[in-house]
Structures are given as C-alpha cells and as structure tokens.
Design a protein around this ligand. Structure first.
Ligand code: ZN
Length: 337
C-alpha cells in the first residue's frame, strides 16, 4: 500500500500536470528541482545563499524573519494596519511546533511580491529557520489552487502528509545538486563541513546539511539519527515509578534512523535502523557530553540485538549533539574495500 505521503504527492502531481511513472514523491521533487534550477540559471547562482534569494524571487514571496516577540508584534501590527486578514492571528498561529507561515496579500503596493513568508526564528526555532524558509518555498512551488494559498504552516510534532512532502522537497531544493556539489570538500570532517557551511549556506540547519551531504557524497555514507530509547519492557508502568520496586528504566542509545546514500547501497555499506550505538563511538560521546565528536572507528563495533555484528570496515564518524539526540555521518574509509 502506498504511504500517506506518496498518496498525497500523487494528488499534487495530478494538480500540477506532472506525469508519474514511478514514485509520485520523486516526480514532484524533480519538478521542484527543475523549477529551482531555472532560478539558479537565471540569476547565475554560485552559492546556496544566492539560490535562496533567487528562489524567494522566483516563487514571488517576501521573507520576513522573526527573531523576537517584539519583531512578531511589530510585523503583525504593520499588516493589520494594512487590513490584511491573513495576519490577524499571526502571534497565536506561530505557536509551539509551528515554524513558519506564508500569506497571500489581498492588496499589494506597486512592485510588492504577492506573498509574505513569515519565518519564526525565535528561541529554539532559530536552528531550523533556514530549513523553514525552503519549506515555505516548497509550498509555493507546488501551489495550484489560489484559494488554498491563504495559510500554510510548518508543523513539527504533528506532521500531516503535506508537511512531510514539503520537508522532502525542502531538503532537495535547499541543497540543489548543481549549486551544492561544487562546494564539496575533498574529505568529510566536522571542520570541512563547517567551512562548507560558512562558504555556501550559512543559514542552513546542521541536520539538513548532514542529510544533504550524505545524499550527494560520492563515496558510501550513512546518515544516522541516534536517540536514547527506553525499551518497552523496561518502561515503568503508570503509578509504579516512585516506589522503588523496580529498577529505573535504562535508556539505550540507538540509531533510530540510518539512511545510506547511493554509493552505500551499491556497496552493501549499511547500518540497520534501531541498532544499538557502540558505547565507545563518537556518537555515544556526543549523546552523553554534547557538542561535536569525531573518531576513526570500525563498523564491526556495531551489534544487532541478536548479537551479530557488522563486517569489519574502517569508518570515520562525525557526530553532533542536537536537541533530543545526535546527528551523525558514518563515512566509509577507503581501505581494503
Ligand atoms: Zn508547511
């Protein structure tokens, strides 16, 4: 059965008149990449920062980034003074888990773009602000019904298929291959990634940058998201937590997501989702101590719940602690393989 995102993407493809031969998600993502490639060519974009500006222009939106509550109050008041109904509940719309919103203006000044994309970069939301912008562009690239254009939001906790599809598109267009790959460093390390970010995409979120690097890197890489998960059997039943009858549940650090790139798939370089993170891995150090950790390790340190370990393969691990977990790149070292 098709996933909810695939089903939703099929509807989007039909509305946009895109032919779907295989995956509808892929077809819609390609359509968006082609349009953004057009913007990149028109404006001769050399960096992803150039591309960001060219795309805002291409999808006809003005970006307004909100950093403080005062910014928000000022922006809301300014558009309400212009009698723009889309901004009436802006403050309450940008609640927890909502990162951005795009509004179509009813009345435009001469030369003003028809849309306004509000990017919420207050507090913890700042780390995602760059991605939120691309998410809003994805909405505008896939827009077919003007009546639906009044409100769009970026949800995090509750992710309907439409929002999940926009995130997929945002990850692709925000790191458009033709603009991104000329900036790739010769080897992957945290310092080379940081230099790349400064040069090509200073506003990008680290999580999206890690994912994009894994996707386009020519050699085998697995992008891992690791989180501490409490095993169901160890979860303390309601009401029994504070009496000391059972030992407290011990969390296990696991790779809750492990996505290999094309080269990894071709060579059989893989980590299975839900595998336990080795205790001495840079990922475990980042999880316990925060910050960035790197290490030369071996894939054979990874063991499945059944006790079997992966084959020996020298790897470089680049791990960065984020809210609630660790993002990591596991890069195959060019050794015997
Ligand atoms: Zn959205």
């Amino acid at each position: 059965m098709a996933s909810a995102v695939e089903t939703y993407a099929y509807g989007v493809a039909r509305n946009l008149g895109i032919k779907v031969l295989g995956s509808a998600v892929e077809a819609v993502a390609l359509y968006c990449e082609e349009r953004v490639t057009g913007f990149a060519e028109t404006f001769a974009c050399a960096t992803l920062e150039d591309l960001r500006l060219a795309t805002a222009n291409g999808v006809k939106t003005s970006v307004v980034t909100i950093v403080t509550d005062e910014d928000l109050a000022r922006v809301e008041a300014a558009y309400i003074a212009r009698k723009e109904p889309g901004f009436v509940s802006l403050t309450s719309d940008l609640g927890p888990g909502v990162f951005g919103q795009t509004v179509r203006l009813l009345t435009r000044a001469k030369g003003e773009r028809p849309f306004v994309s509000i990017i919420d970069a207050r507090g913890d939301k700042a780390a995602r602000a760059g991605f939120t912008e691309w998410h809003e562009y994805a909405h505008l690239l896939t827009l077919t019904d003007p009546a639906l254009a009044k409100f769009q939001r970026s949800h995090d906790t509750v992710k309907p298929p439409a929002e999940a599809l926009m995130d997929i598109i945002a990850g692709r267009i925000g790191f458009l291959t033709s603009v991104f790959t000329p900036h790739l460093p010769p080897t992957l390390s945290f310092s080379s990634i940081a230099a790349l970010r400064t040069a090509a995409c200073p506003g990008a979120s680290w999580t999206s940058l890690f994912n994009a690097l894994a996707r386009v890197w020519p050699d085998p890489v697995v992008a891992v998201r690791a989180q501490v998960e409490v095993k169901r059997a160890q979860k303390v039943p309601a009401g029994q937590g504070s009496f000391g009858f059972a030992p407290p549940p011990v969390g296990v650090l696991r790779a809750v997501q492990a996505i290999g790139n094309a080269a990894a798939r071709d060579t059989g370089f893989r980590i299975h989702p839900n595998m336990r993170v080795p205790k001495n891995s840079a990922i475990a150090l980042a999880a316990s101590g925060g910050g960035v950790h790197e290490g030369a390790e071996n894939l054979s340190q990874w063991e499945s719940a059944q006790g079997g370990s992966l084959e020996s393969w020298p790897i470089r691990v680049i791990a960065r602690a984020t809210a609630g977990g660790v993002d990591a790149l596991i890069v195959a070292e060019p050794a015997d393989h």
